[in-house]
Ligand binder design. Sequence first.
Ligand code: ADP
Length: 353
Amino acid sequence: MKISNQDILNALKHVDDPDLKKDLVTLNMIRDLIVDGNKVNFSVYLTTPACPMKDFIENACRNAIAHFVSEDLEVKIKMTAEVIGHSKSEILPRVKNIIAIASGKGGVGKSTVAAGLALALSESGAATGLMDADIYGPSIPLLFGAVGEPVEMEVVDGKELMKPITRNGIKLFSIGFLSSEKEAVVWRGPMVSSALKQFINGVNWGDLDYLVIDLPPGTGDVQLTIVQNLPLTGAVIVSTPQKLAIADARRACAMFKIQGVDTPILGMVENMSYFSPEDAPDKKYRIFGSGGVQTLANEFGSEVLGEIPIKEQMVEDGDNAGLGKDGHFEIFKDIAGRLVRQIAIQQAGIKTL
Ligand code: ADP
């Protein structure tokens, strides 16, 4: 029996992307197909290298070909990715996806989550940047061992731009690099809005798949200026389980829904969800309460991307630029996997509108 490209494509039409709920052929995810005798080669272009469904999709392709075409083929599949994104704006047009990490309150772990997500995305192979816009307490320099890093300038297309520094493969820039004690005053004065705009436009990010923004906590004018001036793909809300934290997180969610901002809430992260003692790792003590973040996610038609336990080691790692080292990194990979799925669903929705 002679096998044609069409036979293979017909078989692969039976494989759906589990999130996008359409088949891989229709989604243009099957490319470079070559059939030569009983040898079949093709690539599957996932929407992101962090796709948690990679193995599942590859197996589904193999099963479909065996079932609908033949079991006696030598099938080689290259699982690769092309991050989809939409730059609707002149601002940062070479950045495919901009994700704001927000919280209602300070100290809930927003920066830790922003850093953890950036690390997980970068490790998956995506070109990743991290912008620390938390004017009230920029902690990204500490988290990446870059406190007091001097700012270098470079000229791009005749424009002088600030150069991000690279740590763990991530391009990062912090408002903290600019705020010496003397300069910090601008971030509290009446010029804050124009200073922020300069900051947003003044960094040479280059080509990125994902730019993660660590926003200042809360929902004031400063936060609004940032979210209104950036073409955001979506927001992630970080909260701890306490009722008071959730009340503030609700305000943060509402900020993304006001007219003129209209930003999708891609998901929520519950931080400091529970405590598991070392001698009883299967026990989860929910000392700050439970259920509130899930309720909030339901209210805003969003989902909980993950729960992060309270871990003493996380404080130490944060203080010593070691966030990616420990076992808790698996949690960030998991959360990043769910986040990129939400982005893919969002993008697919935008495309079909
Ligand atoms: P925010 O950005 O919301 O102000 P940070 O990310 O700076 O919060 O975290 C505040 C402090 O809490 C830091 O010292 C950080 O290491 C610690 N922290 C964050 N998440 C956890 C956690 N899950 N377990 C233990 N400590 C945490």
